[in-house]
Ligand binder design. Structure first.
Ligand SMILES: [Zn+2]
Length: 469
């Protein structure tokens, strides 16, 4: 049985009994008028979700997504019967963006930024934002807002509804995408809907065994932890006023169902897992990269590498990467941002296979956040995570020592079976540590039969690296 009041329980007991006896009942929520049918919500949400899958850097990380699904399913089980629509399907997907943000589409698809999980103090805070979003879906606020606003038919309002829900930084990322013009003219939910999302969200949390006060807390976390430009989430979900106070007030009327509580054992594991990945980019960085005309390897083409690849130019081009490092690569290699890292590869050498970005020739360079200040261990961890996506990658037998950009570095040569061609490939791994302890890495990839040519190129690329800090 969960204990809600841990401190001074005996002293508080009498007071609590008294306040419980006189406390107001939980707020009665009524869904707003809506001229659309729940199946319209489903249709609109699916349409929008398909676009979003193309435009946003969604994470295909099983550990993170299944964790979010566990929280989400638990919350969905707490939706009161009168607001549960049998045709709605709640799904939960992590997005590789740094901001503390999340949104949900009509009918149930929900997207949660990686930054949300990284900055939360406990699972209850993540659940708080998810419960709030879930109420917008369950009460059908997207279509309800359109009911009040316009006489348009369903097809015409799709973009507007999506815009209403996907505001702020999301809108910026999506509108930079080529296929989707929601622009910047998004609406926000009304303060009345926001208050409903908070109050019913608190009730759902309690029914699901989460402490609803964590929802009040997460709004403070969002205010405190949001970077320059202010909290995106709050610009999409305006504070109706006294948010922290009225959620806590509502919490006092609620009995938290027995369950796992807000501090699951899994939460710190998932946070640690995320810290081991390259830092998430901001939505502004992703938008800027889109604008600069970079294509992500998972981008529009979505096809297998074409396979016919030109030899590397002897002329090199220099790139300045986010004020972290400079690197020079053969001038016929393209720069491909993939959110966590940058890949330089020639035409025909990159594409997607079964939804995963792959490249057959070239070099991937990135920075992985790392808590381990021992280069060997950090490199082992990097290779372990690399092996998760490349199960046939060999293990390193030893590391050669050298320097990268004047820093002490390690090098090892591994072999792998290419996802794209099924042939043997060689992977050269270079690592060093930056001043803040994060791990800088470069992965050179070439088919085994062309490795002689590429070994020289990799050596020259690595020699060109200069760090800014
Ligand atoms: Zn909201």
């Amino acid at each position: 049985m969960r204990v809600m009041y841990r401190t001074n329980r005996s002293v508080l007991a009498a007071v609590l009994l008294a306040s419980v006896a006189t406390a107001a009942a939980q707020t009665k929520i009524t869904a707003p008028k809506n001229k659309y049918s729940p199946s319209d919500d489903v249709k609109l949400g699916q349409q929008a979700s398909q676009e979003i899958q193309k435009e946003l850097p969604v994470m295909r990380d099983e550990e993170v997504n299944s964790y979010l699904n566990n929280i989400g399913r638990r919350l969905a089980g707490g939706i009161p019967a009168e607001f549960s629509h049998p045709e709605f399907r709640y799904t939960f997907t992590a997005v590789n963006l740094r901001e503390i943000n999340a949104f949900a589409l009509p009918g149930g698809p929900m997207y949660i930024n990686r930054g949300m999980i990284e900055k939360a103090h406990n699972e209850g805070e993540v659940a708080g934002v998810m419960a709030h979003e879930m109420v917008h879906v369950a009460l059908r606020h997207g279509t309800a807002q359109q009911t009040a606003a316009t006489p348009y038919a369903v097809g015409q309002v799709a973009g507007q509804i999506l815009g209403a829900i996907v505001g702020g930084g999301w809108g910026r990322v999506i509108s930079e995408g080529s296929n989707f013009g929601i622009g910047t003219a998004f609406l926000r939910f009304s303060r009345e809907y926001e208050k409903q999302a908070d109050l019913l969200g608190a009730q759902i949390m309690a029914r699901a065994g989460y402490d609803p006060r964590d929802m009040a807390n997460v709004f403070r976390t969002i205010e405190k932890e949001s970077g320059p430009g202010g909290p995106q989430w709050l610009s999409d979900h305006p504070n109706p006023g006294n948010r922290y106070e009225y959620i806590n007030q509502e919490a006092r009327t609620l009995r938290v169902a027995p369950g796992n509580g807000s501090n699951s054992a899994q939460f710190p594991n998932v946070q640690a897992h995320l810290r081991s990945l390259s830092p998430a980019p901001s939505s502004e960085e992703v938008a800027r990269n889109r604008k600069a005309g970079r294509e992500t390897p998972t981008g529009t083409s979505g096809s297998r590498p074409a396979g016919s690849v030109a030899r590397p130019n002897t002329q090199f081009t220099t790139y300045n990467e986010g004020n972290v490092f400079r690197i020079s690569v053969p001038s016929n290699w393209r720069e491909l941002g993939n959110n966590n890292a940058v890949t330089f590869a020639p035409e025909g050498a990159y594409g997607t296979v079964s939804g995963n970005s792959v490249f057959t020739h070239g070099i991937e360079v990135g920075v992985a956040r790392n808590e381990n200040h021992d280069l060997n261990t950090a490199t082992n961890e990097l290779l372990e995570s690399l092996r998760q996506g490349n199960p046939r990658l060999t293990r390193p037998s030893n590391y050669d020592r050298g320097t990268i950009g004047g820093r002490q570095g390690l090098r090892t040569v591994l072999s792998n079976v290419s996802d794209a061609t099924g042939g043997q490939e060689v992977i050269e791994v270079y690592t060093t540590q930056l001043g803040d302890g994060s791990l800088f890495y470069a992965l050179g990839v070439a088919p085994r039969e062309e490795y002689n040519t590429y070994a020289n190129v990799f050596r020259n690329v690595i020699r060109s690296i200069q760090f800014a800090r």
